[in-house]
Ligand binder design. Sequence first.
Ligand SMILES: [Zn+2]
Ligand SMILES: [Zn+2]
Ligand SMILES: [Zn+2]
Ligand SMILES: [Zn+2]
Length: 171
Amino acid sequence: MKPILTIKQKCRECLGKKEMLHKDSGTIWTCPYCSGTGEQETEIYALRDFDECEDLEFEECPNCDEGYSHHDCGEDTCCCIDTSNNVECDECNGKGNFMSHELCCKGTGYKIPKEYEPYEIKKVSGITKEMYILYNDRKIDGFQFDKCCRMLEKHNFKEDDNVVIVNVRVL
Ligand SMILES: [Zn+2]
Ligand SMILES: [Zn+2]
Ligand SMILES: [Zn+2]
Ligand SMILES: [Zn+2]
C-alpha cells in the first residue's frame, strides 16, 4: 500500500544535527534514528485503505450484571422482597456484553499489519492541527505543509476520518 502522504521533518532525536551524544560512552556518534540524514520520514495512510477487521471479540459489560445495572421500583424507600437488579443497563442496552474490537485490533476496526508498527491513529482534524504546529515550529517547511493540506483535500477526507501515522525509523 502506498502512503497518501510522506512528510519529511527534522529528526526529533538529533534535532536535525545528524549526530548526537551517545548516552553510555559519552562520545558523539551518528544519529541512529535518522541514519545521520538529519531527517525523519512520517508516512500517512488512510485507515479506510486497510482491510476491515472481522474478528469482533466478545466482552462482558462492566456496568451491569447480565444486562441489568441496578434495582429501581419507583419507591423512595424500597421494601421489595426481591431487590435484584431490574433496570436495563444503558451502556450495553441490556445485552450484558459488547462486541468489541478492543482485543483483536486495538479498537481500530481495521487490520494494520505488524510492519507498520509503531503507528498512531489520528483524526484528520488532529493531523491538520499537528502539521500546523510542526510548521510553526519550523520542523517542516511551507512546501510540506502545503502538500499536506492539498492531500487532505484531494482525498475528500472529513474532519473525523482516521489516518494512520507511521514514523519510519531507520535503525
Ligand atoms: Zn537524527
Ligand atoms: Zn424495590
Ligand atoms: Zn451493561
Ligand atoms: Zn477487530
